[in-house]
Design a protein around this ligand. Structure first.
Ligand SMILES: [Zn+2]
Ligand SMILES: [Zn+2]
Length: 291
């Protein structure tokens, strides 16, 4: 089977992320539309280029991703949608989709005949299949990035009066809204966050306020929900990504012969660790650039 990974030229550089050609069919992963091939949108985060694909009839995204993109942009998603977990057929290619629990609607694409799995960003790898070539992320690709989630701390703070949580509006905010709803706290939210929550069936009411991190000063401060350490607010560790250990465990779980990191920052330590296990590693820098 003829398979080639490549990047598309853009000005002096490249389009973000990568494309692949399988038996003459082109697929662009999380990148801006081309006038040929299809765009596979793994999730609705801005740096994964769904918003650039709203008018692209050859874009493919989960129903929830499309709903979030529509809530964010006010546009109608004109591409193809699917239910996460379902099988889809693009041209003659059979693809099975899997949840990655990175955010509502996030999906991995598994190309059955060529045994290639493209994950997008991942929080929980447990539903992912084994594959020969794993195309994935390494946002926390350095051994210094090890963290434990602090859901208990979140719930403890939520039970105090007038709790305010700073969460990235797309993805993180819905995760927090879901945790608070399930635990009976309910939640209230800034307008944009409320709109995106509603798009995935989470209805704001009373309860702790979820706000954009940059707006925390408007409410006299609050807790920031992140694994990053560069904020000045008190922090509750809640990440939408695997930490360094998680990345290694995911690779163990999928048993690939080759890993291609297309997003995030795989460290030398990570790449060396994998090479020592006999796994071929590539990054975007190793791919050929085409027009
Ligand atoms: Zn993401
Ligand atoms: Zn990302």
């Amino acid at each position: 089977m003829q398979i080639e990974f490549y990047r598309r030229k853009y000005g002096r550089g490249c389009r973000p992320h990568l494309s692949l050609c399988i038996e003459g069919q082109h697929y662009h992963v999380d990148t801006s539309p081309a006038d040929y091939g299809m765009n596979l949108i793994t999730h609705a985060h801005t740096d994964h280029y769904g918003q650039r694909n709203m008018d692209n009839s050859r874009a493919v995204a989960s129903r929830e991703s499309a709903a979030i993109l529509e809530a964010c942009t006010g546009k109608v998603f004109s591409g193809v949608t699917f239910e996460v977990g379902s099988r889809i057929r693009l041209s003659d290619t059979k693809i099975k989709t899997y949840p990655t629990y990175h955010m509502h609607g996030s999906a991995a694409f598994y190309f059955q005949d060529s045994d290639i799995l493209i994950t997008g960003d991942v929080k929980d790898y447990s539903k992912l299949p084994k594959c020969k070539i794993l195309v994935t992320e390494a946002t926390y690709g350095h051994p210094s990035h090890i963290f434990e989630e602090e859901v208990e701390k979140l719930l403890k703070v939520a039970s105090s009066n007038k709790a305010v949580f700073g969460a990235y509006p797309i993805g993180k905010a819905q995760r927090v809204a879901e945790i608070l709803s399930k635990d009976g706290f309910g939640f209230s939210a800034e307008e944009k966050i409320a709109r995106i929550c509603s798009a995935v069936g989470l209805k704001p009411s009373d309860g702790p306020l979820i706000a954009s991190p940059r707006n925390l000063p408007l409410y006299g401060g609050g807790y920031i929900l992140t694994a990053h350490k560069f904020y000045r607010w008190p922090r509750i560790t809640l990440s939408d990504h695997l930490d360094y250990r998680g990345i290694l465990e995911m690779i163990d779980h999928c048993e690939p012969e080759e890993v291609l990191f297309y997003h995030g920052k795989p460290s030398k330590r990570l790449l060396e660790h994998l090479k020592n296990e006999g796994i071929v590693c590539r990054t975007l820098n190793d791919l050929p650039v085409m027009k």
